[in-house]
Design a protein around this ligand. Structure first.
Ligand SMILES: *Cc1c(COP(=O)(O)O)cnc(C)c1O
Length: 377
């Protein structure tokens, strides 16, 4: 049990972000990416709310395990689940799960395509394909399309349910002829091969948050947002100003002080005796790398009312020290609440920028030791 240290997920902020996105992209269907436990926010409650209250009907996982968990825990809700990367189609028990639980594997290679066509379990499962348009991660290469088409023909499949590709550089400012535009062009070319072969394509998608934020790839039926619906922009720091989108960070990471006392400049703080750069008030919070604050973070900010503290010394497993300015003396004390990030996305983005990381990773690292609380306020 733990109460005062928690990640509080404000579901109305998620509703706000989804409504905003619907207005931003009125002609696109939303396939919401909820892999990695909804970017650390708790996949089941997030999907329950989005499917039950916000009318979202399509969700994207990374693994069959994530998809199966959703189906088992939210059996009463009607929605589609895609699995994007860790398919495990070679395992009979997984093939059965796809077939019986209406889970859509996104097929990216010929080996999986052959497994898909050879098992009667998949006879009525719609075909979803990922193309490698230049990211060089997952997806069919252009020179594999003839083989892919002949496999489809042999299996008697004349349609693709969802044809997609993924952008490698959507977090950067879009410029003519850049990697994003090259990928878009390649995707169109590859799509053309299916059309020329008389294959019908029901749905298409390309853009993740970075594309959507820059109105790129909006001609396709679907968009696949992840990060932006959790609040922060996915654009690189220098390009963030390019998009007028602003979401609300759906979570607050809150804790409280378990110690607070004045220290002199040069006082040795914690493991390894790191000298305090200035005099001030040292404040200890009961969170450390065991909770997901990486030892690589050198510049965490802690907010307490109008005072801002900076992390000082090494991050420990269970605790982190922050140095507040001397004028915070008598103003911050043991038991007082503090916050690492809240609703304004600039807070988690600042944390990411200051520590050479990305908001995706910070969210995903919040460990299971931090309780997730869900609020309807
Ligand atoms: C994770 C993922 C997304 C969402 O990316 P964001 O940058 O979080 O918007 C979209 N598509 C695929 C295939 C993904 O793996």
């Amino acid at each position: 049990m733990r109460f005062k240290t928690h990640l509080k997920i404000h579901l109305p902020r998620l509703a706000h972000n989804v409504e905003k996105l619907k207005a931003w992209a009125p002609r696109n269907e939303i396939l919401f990416m909820i892999k990695a436990d909804a970017y650390g926010h708790g996949m089941v409650p997030v999907v329950r709310f989005c499917a039950g209250e916000l009318g979202l009907t399509e969700f994207g996982c990374a693994s069959i395990g994530e998809a199966l968990k959703l189906r088992l825990e939210l059996a009463q809700n009607e929605f589609e689940i895609y699995v994007f990367s860790d398919l495990e189609l070679d395992l009979p028990q997984c093939r059965e799960a796809y077939g019986n639980k209406r889970i859509l594997p996104v097929i990216s290679c010929l080996e999986d395509l052959r497994l898909f066509f050879s098992d009667p379990m998949f006879a009525s499962v719609p075909l979803c394909l990922k193309l490698n348009s230049g990211m060089n991660r997952l997806g069919f290469a252009e020179n594999e399309i003839p083989e892919l088409l002949s496999e489809m023909k042999r299996a008697g499949r004349r349609s693709i349910y969802h044809l997609m590709t993924h952008l490698a550089s959507s977090s950067r400012a879009m410029k003519a002829a850049d990697q994003n535009h090259q990928q878009a062009k390649k995707f169109e070319e590859m799509k053309g091969h299916f059309v020329a072969a008389g294959i019908s394509i029901e749905r298409t998608s390309m853009s993740n948050s970075g594309g959507i934020l820059q109105n790129f790839g909006m001609e396709y039926s679907h968009i696949r947002p992840g990060l932006m619906l959790y609040g922060p922009s996915s654009l690189d720091p220098q390009d963030r100003g390019l998009s007028s989108w602003s979401g609300k960070t759906i979570s607050d990471l809150d804790s409280y002080l378990i110690a607070a006392y004045p220290v002199a400049a040069g006082a040795l703080i914690g493991y390894g005796g790191v000298a305090a750069p200035t005099a001030g008030v040292l404040a200890i919070i009961p969170m450390g790398y065991g909770d997901g604050l990486s030892t690589h973070y050198k510049n965490l900010q802690l907010t307490m009312g109008k005072y801002q503290g900076r992390s000082c010394g090494r991050i420990n497993m269970d605790m982190t020290a922050f140095l507040f300015p001397a004028e915070a003396k008598d103003k911050i004390k043991v038991g007082d609440p503090c916050r690492l990030w809240g609703e304004n996305p600039s807070e988690i983005l600042q944390l990411a920028d200051n520590n050479h990381t990305i908001p995706y990773e910070i969210f995903c690292q919040v460990s299971s030791r931090i309780p997730r609380l869900y609020s309807l306020n």
